[in-house]
Design a protein around this ligand. Structure first.
Ligand code: ZN
Ligand code: CU
Length: 479
């Protein structure tokens, strides 16, 4: 008999590679997996009976804005209760580091910052704070292009960067990558980076070729009428720079564009023959971000999540607020600013097509810190498993798990996560395939999922029989 710390016995092992599940065990010692499959020769100091349940790698949320949340709410219950053990922060062009700027920053920075102390001059400083906070989940950080712009250009952002400014951003990016950041993100639809043309992005993305396994993730310039053009631009950025590309929260927004994922996915599939391209998606037909005129224009139904000057409007529809005030929609947006909103603007058919695309990864794009967040914050992963895999049969459980684990770790270069295999880090989730489901809704968004029973992060039991423990063992993820 060999001894291990924790033996998870008699479950259905789905290893994260996309291979179908089989009956087996997982043995863990310290923060590593020491046996997967038939572990009859192992004896655990602690035993978790997983009979009737699935044992899978901990889920990786590749699209988050949790840079600050992991410091301020290190328990991260909205991730742990979903089975998420790792998050990638710094998406959509905004990251907490490297950012020395003082003072108010424009949206979408407002999605992430609650206080000035949540800005870090470099990745080392962020990492040190992360070590102090000791979050429950592992954290990988992308460097935001809008963050770099503020560093090089201050608030003079309505123009393309000069050669000298691009050079300065490039140096800052390289330094951040050397300190452990895993890639670069852009948010080209947002005011701070709208004016950046492709020839500003390419030289930055090119700097990453010196750092293996890095990725370029992009919230594209236009996810509505110009979505095809934006996909082309993103692919072109990858081709010209040599960077691996991930298209963020892929969608076709606005009724006029419903059905166009047929075209965008065909374009992506074609490009995959000659370059590294991935994409992430969340399983909802409503988007969520800052409340901005340019976004509200495209969308009939807009729900206000939060508003700094008018917190009492949280959870109400924009049109109702405007009617109540007797003002136009535009005027209401100005009065509510800074604010966040949920935009109902997508087609279920597109969503299903994107989720079932073989190389799409699941990323929540969850935005913590408001009273009425988009339900994706608490519900994304169980919704894919329970609703789209079990109830709708859109995917097998093994395929769904792959999109949250092995596919994601491969695309983000997290080589010791995302699969259940000997020597891998012991990030593990145990869930019931018959009952797993999201419970967060638009009206009641802060509801933990059902059916997730155990979560281990680096070998530490963080969720036990559905209840979060007081232990937190998240690490900083770097290549
Ligand atoms: Zn985004
Ligand atoms: Cu985002």
């Amino acid at each position: 008999m060999e001894n291990c710390d924790i033996l998870i016995r008699g479950g259905t092992v789905i290893d994260g590679t996309g291979a179908p599940g089989y009956r087996g065990d997982v043995a863990i010692t310290g923060d590593r997996i020491v046996c997967v499959g038939d572990c009859a020769g192992w004896q655990g100091a602690e035993v978790i009976d997983a009979a009737g349940r699935i044992v899978a790698p901990g889920f990786i949320d590749v699209h988050t804005h949790d840079d600050v949340a992991v410091l301020e709410t290190p328990e991260m219950p909205f991730k742990i209760t979903q089975g998420v053990t790792s998050i990638i922060a710094g998406n959509c062009g905004i990251s907490a580091a490297p950012l020395a700027a003082e003072g108010e920053l424009p949206p979408p920075f407002t999605l992430m910052f609650s206080a000035k102390k949540s800005r870090f001059a470099d990745v080392d400083a962020y990492r040190a704070e992360l070590a102090r906070a000791a979050p429950a989940v592992n954290v990988g950080l992308l460097v935001g292009h809008s963050t770099l712009r503020v560093g090089a250009m201050g608030l003079d952002l309505d123009r393309g960067a000069t050669a000298a400014e691009i050079e300065q951003m490039g140096t800052a990016l390289e330094r951040a990558l050397a300190q452990g950041a895993i890639g670069l993100s852009t948010g080209l639809e947002y005011p701070p980076s709208k004016a950046a043309a492709i020839d500003e992005i390419v030289p930055l993305a090119r700097r990453m070729t010196a750092f293996p396994h890095t990725v370029y993730t992009s919230h594209m310039r236009d996810e509505g009428d110009g979505v095809l053009e934006s996909v082309r631009e993103t692919l072109e950025t990858g081709r010209q720079s040599g960077a691996r590309v991930v298209i963020s929260h892929h969608k076709c927004a606005g009724e006029a564009n419903f059905g166009r994922s047929v075209e965008t996915l065909a374009l992506i599939a074609k490009a995959q023959e000659s370059q590294e391209v991935g994409l992430d998606v969340y399983p909802y037909t409503a988007a969520s971000t800052a409340l901005l005129h340019s976004f509200a224009e495209k969308c009939t139904d807009v729900k206000v999540m939060w508003s700094r000057p008018h917190p009492e409007m949280s959870g109400r529809m924009l049109d109702d607020i405007a009617a109540g005030w007797g003002v136009t929609r535009e005027e209401a947006i100005d009065r509510l600013h800074p604010a966040g909103a949920i935009y109902f603007c997508m087609d279920e058919g597109d969503l299903r097509r994107i989720i079932s695309f073989p190389t799409s990864m699941i990323g929540s794009d969850g935005i913590p810190g408001s009273e009425k967040p988009h339900p994706r914050l608490w519900g994304t992963f169980p919704r894919v498993l329970g609703h789209y895999a079990r109830e709708q049969g859109l995917l097998s459980m093994a395929q769904a798990v792959h999109k949250m684990t092995g596919l994601s770790s491969a695309q983000f270069g997290l080589s010791d996560r995302g699969r259940l295999a000997e020597e891998m880090k012991a990030d593990v989730v145990v869930f019931d395939p018959d009952t797993v489901i999201d419970r967060a809704s638009y009206d009641d968004p802060e509801q933990p999922a059902a059916g997730i029973s155990h979560v281990l992060v680096n070998g530490v039991v963080t969720l036990e029989n559905g209840m979060q423990t007081s232990r937190r063992a998240g690490a900083f993820l770097h290549h």
